[in-house]
Design a binder for this molecule. Structure first.
Ligand SMILES: [Fe+2]
Length: 300
C-alpha cells in the first residue's frame, strides 16, 4: 500500500484495523411514498432527485464496494453519511436491509440528507433504523459523538446532520457536541488509542460549496488543534479532497471521499471508496475509483 503523504502521530501504538471508507451512497427507495410527503422541502429534493440523482448514481456500485470489502478482507466498512436522499422511512428501511445483507461489520454516521426534514430529525429516524451500526460508548448518554474501540484504534462518530432551509445543505456540530468531542479525544489519547474522527461535512475552510458548509467549522478546527486526532474522514462534496488541519503536535490528515455510487467519470468526482490500514508506524491508504465496469485502484 502507498504510504500517506502526511505523517500521522501513530508511532508507538499497538494496533491494527483495516477498514473501507465510503460516503454519500444515497440509496434510493420510494416504495409506498405518497405525494403529500413532497409538499414541503422535499419537493425541491424530489425534483433534484428525478432530474439528476437517478442518472448520476447507481445502487449497484454500493453492492460492488461491499464485494470489494469482502474480497480484500477488511475488518469493517465505514460510511460517512447521506445514506438516503429524502430521509423517508422507506429509504431507511431499504438502507438497513442493504447494510444487514452486506454481512460485514459496518459503522455509519448521518449526513444532511439523512435529516432532510424537521420531521425525520425530530423522530430520530436515522438513529431508529441504523442505531445498530452506531453501537459504542457515549458521554452523558448523548447520542453523538459515539466511540467504537478496536485494537489500538477508536472511531469517533460525529453528527452534523440538521434540517436546513430548501436549497441549503449546511451542517452543524453544535457547542454541546463539540465539548463532548474535546473530552473524548483527550480520554482516548490517555488510553493510547489512535483517534479517527468521522464527520459528514468537510472541515477545512473553502472545501465545501457555499450553502453546503459546516457552520461551526472554525470551532471544530479549534477542538482538533487543541485536542488532536490521528485522522479525520468525511464525505458530502462528492469529490476527492485531501488536506490537513493543525493539531497540537503535528498536522492531522483530513480525507474526503467522493460519493460511493456516483457514475461520474469527471476527474475527482468518480464513484470512490478507500481502504485504510491503521497499524504500528502509521496509516496506509488505497483509493479505488469507478471506471465504468468496476472500481479500479488509483495511483494517488
Ligand atoms: Fe451531504
Amino acid at each position: 500500500m502507498p504510504r500517506l503523504l502526511q505523517p500521522a502521530r501513530t508511532t508507538g501504538f499497538a494496533m491494527a484495523l483495516r477498514f473501507a471508507h465510503c460516503s454519500d451512497i444515497h440509496l434510493l427507495n420510494l416504495d409506498g411514498v405518497r405525494p403529500w410527503q413532497f409538499l414541503n422541502k422535499r419537493i425541491t429534493g424530489a425534483v433534484n432527485l428525478a432530474l439528476k440523482r437517478r442518472r448520476a448514481h447507481n445502487d449497484a456500485l454500493f453492492d460492488r464496494i461491499v464485494e470489494h470489502a469482502h474480497e480484500q478482507n477488511v475488518d469493517r466498512l465505514v460510511i460517512t453519511g447521506d445514506l438516503t436522499n429524502l430521509a423517508l422511512a422507506s429509504e431507511f428501511a431499504h438502507v438497513a436491509e442493504k447494510l444487514e445483507a452486506a454481512k460485514l461489520p459496518i459503522t455509519v454516521i448521518p449526513g444532511n440528507h439523512d435529516a432532510y426534514t424537521k420531521g425525520s430529525a425530530r423522530h430520530g429516524r436515522f438513529e431508529n433504523y441504523l442505531g445498530k451500526f452506531m453501537d459504542g460508548d457515549r458521554l452523558a448518554g448523548e447520542q453523538y459523538p459515539f466511540v467504537q474501540r478496536f485494537d489500538g484504534v477508536a472511531l469517533v462518530g460525529v453528527s452534523t446532520a440538521v434540517p436546513t432551509l430548501p436549497l441549503y445543505a449546511t451542517g452543524q456540530v453544535g457547542p454541546d457536541q463539540l465539548a463532548r468531542l474535546a473530552k473524548i479525544l483527550d480520554d482516548l489519547e490517555q488510553e493510547g488509542l489512535a483517534r479517527i474522527v468521522l464527520i459528514h461535512h468537510p472541515v477545512i475552510d473553502g472545501m465545501a460549496h457555499a450553502r453546503h458548509d459546516l457552520l461551526d467549522l472554525e470551532a471544530f478546527g479549534e477542538v482538533i488543534a487543541r485536542h488532536g486526532a490521528e485522522l479525520v474522514l468525511h464525505g458530502h462534496e462528492h469529490r476527492e479532497l485531501v488536506g490537513v488541519l493543525p493539531g497540537p503536535e503535528c498536522e492531522v490528515p483530513v480525507h474526503g471521499v467522493s460519493s460511493g455510487t456516483a457514475l461520474s467519470q469527471r476527474p475527482g468526482r468518480e464513484g470512490a471508496f478507500r481502504i485504510y490500514e491503521v497499524e504500528p508506524g502509521g496509516l496506509e491508504r488505497e483509493t479505488y475509483l469507478w471506471r465504468g465496469e468496476d472500481f479500479k485502484k488509483s495511483d494517488d
